[in-house]
Design a protein around this ligand. Structure first.
Ligand SMILES: Cc1cn([C@H]2C[C@H](O)[C@@H](COP(=O)(O)OP(=O)(O)O[C@H]3O[C@H](C)C(=O)[C@H](O)[C@H]3O)O2)c(=O)[nH]c1=O
Length: 170
């Protein structure tokens, strides 16, 4: 595996090793000892997946406590990670990544960063390990096209939940 720093302080791009043969492929998408040795010393306690159809955009969501290790189990999506730490000089800085079941890339997202993903394939399965238990009341929501951040997306009119359309819950 390789672990690379990104343009965002604390956000890492991880490239696990994929073992391919005539049957298909095998990938370790998490191994506590190996990931700790590579500087990922987060105690993950919950795994989630969401399956989304083409043109769905989920996010931008985050909170002040949770670390997330994001993988793409099936298909392909465009992922945006945004520094939403209002006390940070890098507040509003963002970076995009394309994760797929071909490149098997992963992204480590620290607390106070938001993430949003837009599905490029017919279907995509978004997986993440997280370091806290789900608490919707603690999450923040940022509109995918918030004019403050000028985020580039490969879409003009994505499919959104009501929350993501409003940029807030309720
Ligand atoms: C996040 C989460 C959701 N749920 C249930 C609660 C809702 O009835 C349903 C859909 O939840 P939500 O509409 O918040 O899902 P997304 O809009 O995809 O948002 C989630 O996925 C984006 C990409 C994030 O990174 C956020 O962490 C998370 O908010 O799943 C749970 O039971 N456990 C959970 O940890």
């Amino acid at each position: 595996m390789t672990v690379e720093r990104t343009q965002l302080e604390g956000v890492l791009l991880i490239k696990p090793e994929a073992f391919r043969d005539f049957r298909g492929e095998y990938v370790e998408i998490y191994n506590e000892e190996l990931y700790r040795k590579n500087g990922i010393e987060v105690a993950f306690i919950q795994d989630d997946i969401s399956m989304s159809y083409k043109n769905v955009l989920r996010g931008i969501h985050g909170d002040d406590l949770t670390w997330k290790l994001i993988s793409c189990l099936h298909g392909e999506f465009y992922l945006v990670v945004l520094n939403y730490d209002k006390s940070s000089p890098d507040f509003g800085k963002w970076q995009s990544f394309t994760l797929s079941d071909k490149n098997r890339h992963q992204v480590l997202v620290p607390p106070k960063f938001g993430n949003g993903h837009f599905v490029l394939s017919e279907r995509a399965i978004f997986h993440y390990k997280q370091s806290t238990y789900y608490d919707p009341g603690k999450q923040f929501t940022v509109k995918w096209n918030d004019p403050r951040f000028n985020i580039s997306w490969p879409v003009k009119d994505p499919i959104l939940s009501k929350r993501d359309e409003l940029g807030r819950r309720g």
